[in-house]
Ligand binder design. Structure first.
Ligand SMILES: O=C(O)CCC(=O)C(=O)O
Length: 216
């Protein structure tokens, strides 16, 4: 929205957790969306994630580089069609490193390359409960890119799923990076606002791309 009274600004939500608004321009968003559409196709495409307790995640997911399933990584879709996970492209790793440099500064860019992308698709009333990203073997910052509908992103603390937490609005093109003392903070998506994606993008729903370093 360009007609807001107060322009949105970059924000440090917690130490080491930074939102950079409008980080992706329209051209980059369109290119990422086209790539996500390709990655979402089978084999090893978009799938519903089943949790050990018998539940299902409402956001559907596709992985690159390493396949995440609750709660480990594999090279094949062990909880789906069994196919090899799609490769993690170099250009996406370069984007991740640039994101960390812009959000946290050049010293925060990890020595090891980004090698995992988890791409979450939210439609209908999909959401994501509070959790920590703890299956990687490094503490390299997590990079999160948003496309499509606006969501409420809840960023909490490292000790508990409960308060204190901060709710921020992530819109299409926003970047959120969390590293350092916030790397293992609980976070989640309690709400997506349907119909808020920019019309020029051509996406109904929300995509989130998180980039991580596996250390595997
Ligand atoms: O969709 C988001 O913004 C958050 C995704 C997330 O927390 C995750 O993939 O672990």
């Amino acid at each position: 929205m360009e007609d807001e009274l107060f322009p949105r600004e970059r924000a440090e939500v917690a130490p080491g957790a930074v939102q950079v608004v409008d980080w992706l321009d329209a051209e980059r968003q369109r290119a990422l969306l086209a790539a996500c559409r390709d990655w979402a196709r089978p084999p090893a495409g978009l799938r519903t994630v089943r949790t050990p307790g018998g539940g299902t995640m409402t956001a559907r997911q596709v992985c690159l580089g390493w396949h995440w399933y609750p709660y480990a990584y594999a090279r094949t879709v062990v909880d789906g069609d069994g196919s090899p996970v799609k490769p993690f492209p170099d250009w996406l790793g370069a984007l991740g490193r640039r994101a960390v440099a812009d959000a946290l500064g050049p010293d925060a860019v990890p020595a090891a390359p980004y090698d995992i992308a988890l791409i979450n698709f939210y439609d209908g009333d999909a959401r994501m409960g509070m959790h920590r990203d703890g299956d990687e073997k490094t503490d390299a910052p997590v990079v999160s890119l948003s496309l499509g509908d606006t969501c409420v992103f809840r960023f909490g603390n490292t000790g508990t799923r409960a308060k204190p937490y901060t709710d921020v609005e992530l819109r299409s093109g926003d970047l959120f990076v969390f590293g350092g003392p916030s790397r293992f903070a609980y976070h989640g998506v309690p709400r997506v606002r349907p119909g808020t994606a920019p019309a020029w993008l051509g996406l109904a729903g929300r995509l989130n791309i998180t980039l991580r370093v596996s250390g595997l």
